[in-house]
Structure formats: structure tokens, C-alpha cells
Design a protein around this ligand. Sequence first.
Ligand code: SF4
Length: 250
Amino acid sequence: MPVSSLDAESPEDFSRLGSLAEEPNYLVTMRAKGGLTLYYRSDCRFLDSLSGQCRIHNSEQQPQECKDYLASKCWYTHSFASRINSLQIQLSPSRIAALRDASIFDDTNRLYRTPPWERSMEIMRELKGPGQPCPPTLTEMPSRFSGLENHLLMELPETITPKHRDLMKFRLGFPGIWVVGDGSRWAYALPLTKQKGSPALDGLLPRNSPDLRARMEKSRKNGTLLSFHYGNFESFPWDDPEPSPLPLIS
Ligand code: SF4
């Protein structure tokens, strides 16, 4: 599942990116049209593993995001056909280190330029790509959220519109993902298996502010942290519906 674009601006960010790429449940890619993307490697709970078909196809339960997706023009079919292709390169920690070494940073240590696409492909072909995704281990969510320290946080918009609500339904369909919050700020909590105490990794996600984790942590300590998963997300305190699109990365 596509999670987010990623912000990697400094050599230190690239090191953090390497740590994220070590996580078996995540995939980091570089797109030919520019930018880095984070994917969560898990099957949707409604995917029939034998037939490869959606078990809730065209039903009310199926997110509109899925209904609207044009399978005949599926970008993912082509970009995931191989680990390196003209659309996307899948990055392992060693490929991320090589990308950092081949990139140019300015005097303030900000990224100035990554290598041209053809050159990047050449470099990456020399290096081992990411391993196979680990098989999904979580089919049902535990009834309690286990804790913030082993989750990445990605903030939700201030106003949750019907579009966001549908996107939340889609994302929570992937086992392991929660929405947590203190009643006024909300974030997706994405599970990490290797990294503990992940604030440094939060900063790679664009919808993040330095105080988000502190705020959620304070709420957790007070016993007021609210958490939602697929089974109870309809009870989320929805905002006034005022449409404003927040498209999935495509
Ligand atoms: S992601 Fe959407 S289309 Fe795919 S299995 Fe899940 S609900 Fe069905």
C-alpha cells in the first residue's frame, strides 16, 4: 500500500531512510519522475490470497478509493513488474547509501541533486535490491494499541472530510495500521518491527511536526490516547463533511 512521499534532504536523512528500508514491512522506492515513496508491505484484509480477487468488490464495504481505481491503467502493474525498471527503483539500505554518495549536497548540507535516472539505474543494478516482503503475520488487530514507540506517526489533516474518511477506511484495511489521537490531533500509527523509539524516522514523512509525538505521548501517559483500527473506525469522531480531495499517490 502506498503510504506517503518521503522527505530526504540531508545525508543524515539518507541514513534514516536506510534504517526505514531495513524494516521488513516497508518498501522505499525512487520514482523516475522524481521523489521517494514509502509503501507498507501487507495484503489488504479483503484480498483473497488464492484467487487474488477482492472479496468485497463493488460492495458498500469497499472503499470508494478502490472502486474509482482504473485497473486497466494500473501504474503498479508496470512499476512493480521488476525491482528496477523505467518507472521505479526499489531501494535496499545499500542502494540508499549509494544514492546518498552519488548525490550532490549544497554548502548547508541540503540535497542539491540526485544522479540522473539512467545513471541511478546503472548504480543500483550493481547492488542487491530489497528482500522479499515478510508474510503477513497480523490478520486480526489486537483490541488495544500496543504503544507509540514502535510506530511511525503520520498526521491526519485538521479537518477530516469524506474523502479522508474513505482513505482512512482503505488504509485501516491493511492489518497493523491504527489511527491514534488525543481528540483534536490525529495520526496514522504505522508499525515498526526493528526500530524502537522512532521519532527520528517520523521526520521523513512530510505530514509530521516535531511536537506530534510528544503530544501523543503525553496523551498516552494521561490514559487519554484514543486508538482506532478497522474494527471500530466508524466510531471515530468525524468532522463536518466538506469535500477536499487528498488523493493517494499514483
Ligand atoms: S485494497 Fe481495495 S480492492 Fe484491494 S482487496 Fe482491499 S478493498 Fe479490495
